[in-house]
Design a binder for this molecule. Structure first.
Ligand code: GDP
Length: 539
């Protein structure tokens, strides 16, 4: 590792600057089911913030993913949804960081981990479909982490559900009380504008050709709205009154506490309601705050630089096979070239190559503040969850791993490639592509891949073959459930059939069970300790 880069002490920065810069940051992700319009909304946000000239410039959606290998091969051509990490743009006085959560039908752990790096989430709901499976899973992760959620009902330009029914569904299925900030004028499919519940005014949207430019918005007082929109306005007013009676009013404390969710209505493809979302993010979403360290003690924003790795991505560039580690800055100021310490290994890391990555564009980053994301190049020494710091040691809690639900023994197809096989396995484990388990009972020492979603197997196989030159075979194991256990429990657990105990790469002992029923029986045995891992579907 190069040590020629000059060390820059983060503590040199006056703390007022750090707090001020942090206060301007809004770092969030969009959680949604595939096809709800996340890419379209991202483009529309970028358009509004004038990052791009016209919508559609960020990436073309021409080649939608067919199979996993398509996806792997297409990743460089595709644009934002796979290779990007964060889109940063200025809006009003704020700096907005939009972190990308890849929207594969198979929500891998990778997606969940991005949520450890945000301060808020936008839950994007398709007006016709309501809350879909992946939305619910991602929502569960946000809830578990206490991340405040802003809900956007998208595609209001198309026929869909009744707005009040949607609010009921949100309340019932998420437990959050929806507090609409705007209310649609015109039913789904006849989107004319919104009633702004904060001042009772009518915001009328005007469509632009192909939604390629910002939709002009005109504001009218209530009496003029009635004259313009007639019954559609009357209905919106009546429904808004109903909402008021049920107490669906925004309360900043309840929102931050994860009890309520402000709701906006939008049509991302026509850019309707997108400016309002930006305003709500800036006005209501929380700025980065002192982040609790591994002991639960808040680590001050204005302490020297610290950050943690929330995502590692390899093989983005077939030419170099580089490995990027994405960090979220938690305190202090990041200055490119600074030498930081990796808290897990105690080793120094020179941040000579620091980038902002969005789509195919990579830009060198010189400075970053709390809430910002930096892509560190040549980061072979960094793994997901590692804490980096200067001057004052700190360690952030380990990044969550989720309870795996699918298990398969990995074997190298050609034994002469064993070295490549080992290297590949270590790399994939470090990146968190799969969890790697070792079973003493399996004599050949073959590692077991444990995943949350089966597509992770395909991604791992593909990369083992194409990136590491070690084709593998995967034999599924019959387990569907994993619990944390300890050494003392092992004999009693393994005495039952339909069970096995394995050790994960992080040292954790995991008891695997074929069924919930088997697990229930084993749990009843005296002296057996079983603790749940975090399930991908919480509650
Ligand atoms: P993602 O999978 O969540 O990224 O969804 P996309 O942004 O790719 O959108 C999926 C499809 O829905 C595309 O055909 C979009 O053009 C379309 N779409 C997105 N937003 C809207 C919207 O507000 N109204 C309508 N009618 N279509 C939309």
């Amino acid at each position: 590792m190069s040590t020629s880069a000059p060390a820059v002490a983060g503590s040199r920065q006056p703390s007022a600057d750090v707090r001020g810069e942090a206060a301007r940051r809004r770092t969030f992700a969009v959680i949604s089911h595939p096809d709800a319009g996340k890419s379209t909304l991202t483009e529309a946000l970028a358009l509004h913030a004038r990052v791009i000239g016209s919508a559609g410039a960020v990436h073309g959606k021409a080649g939608r993913r067919g199979t996993v290998s398509d996806w792997m091969d297409m990743e460089r051509d595709r644009g934002i949804s796979i290779t990007s990490a964060a889109l940063q743009f200025a809006y009003r006085d704020a700096v907005v960081n939009l972190l990308d959560t890849p929207g594969h039908a198979d929500f891998s752990e990778d997606t969940y981990r991005v949520l450890t790096a945000v301060d808020a989430a936008v839950m994007l709901v398709d007006a016709a479909k309501g809350l879909e499976t992946q939305t619910m899973k991602l929502f569960a992760v946000c809830k578990h982490r206490g991340i405040p959620i802003i809900t956007v009902v998208n595609k209001w330009d198309r026929p869909g559900m009744d707005a009040l029914a949607l609010m009921d569904e949100i309340a019932e299925r998420t437990g959050l009380t929806p507090t609409p900030l705007t209310w649609p004028v015109g039913i789904a499919g006849d989107f004319r504008g919104v009633l702004d519940r904060r001042d009772g005014s009518y915001r009328h949207f005007t469509r632009t050709a192909g939604g390629a430019t910002i939709a002009p918005e005109e504001v009218f007082p209530a009496d003029q709205a009635l004259a313009r929109e007639g019954d559609a306005w009357t209905q919106a007013v009546e429904e808004a009154e109903l909402l008021a009676e049920t107490g669906a009013e925004h309360d900043q404390e309840l929102f931050l506490a994860g009890a309520t969710t402000p709701v906006l209505f939008a049509s991302a493809v026509s850019n309707f309601g997108v400016g309002q979302l930006l305003d709500v993010l800036v006005d209501l979403a929380p700025a980065p705050a002192d982040r609790p360290d591994a002991d639960g003690q808040p680590y001050p924003l204005d302490a020297p630089f610290s950050a943690f790795v929330f995502k590692v991505q390899a093989g983005m560039d077939t030419g170099h096979r580089d490995r990027l580690a994405y960090i979220r800055v938690c305190s202090g100021v990041f200055e490119r070239g600074m030498v930081v310490t990796n808290a897990s290994t105690g080793r120094p890391f020179a941040t000579k190559y620091a980038q902002q990555v969005f789509g195919r564009d990579r830009e060198t980053i010189e400075t970053a503040w709390p809430g910002d994301v930096v892509g560190l190049v040549n980061a072979a020494a960094l793994g997901v969850g590692d804490t980096l710091f200067v001057d004052r040691p700190v360690r952030y809690p380990p990044v969550t791993t989720f309870a795996p639900e699918h298990f398969a023994v990995a074997r190298v197809a050609d034994t002469s490639k064993y070295k490549q096989f080992r290297k590949g396995i270590d790399t994939l484990a470090g990146e968190g592509v799969v969890q790697v388990l070792i079973s003493e009972r399996r004599g050949d020492g073959s590692p077991v891949f444990a995943v949350v979603g089966p597509m992770q197997f395909e991604v791992a196989s593909h990369r083992m073959e194409h990136e590491f030159g070690a084709r593998i075979s995967l034999d599924s194991l019959p387990y569907s459930l994993a619990m944390r256990t300890d050494e003392a429990s092992v004999p009693a657990i393994t005495a039952s059939s339909g069970t096995e105990v394995m050790q994960r790469a992080d040292g954790e002992l995991l008891a695997l069970f074929t069924t919930k029923w088997v697990m229930g029986m084993v749990r009843e045995k005296p002296g057996v300790t079983l603790e749940p891992l975090i399930a991908a579907q919480l509650g």
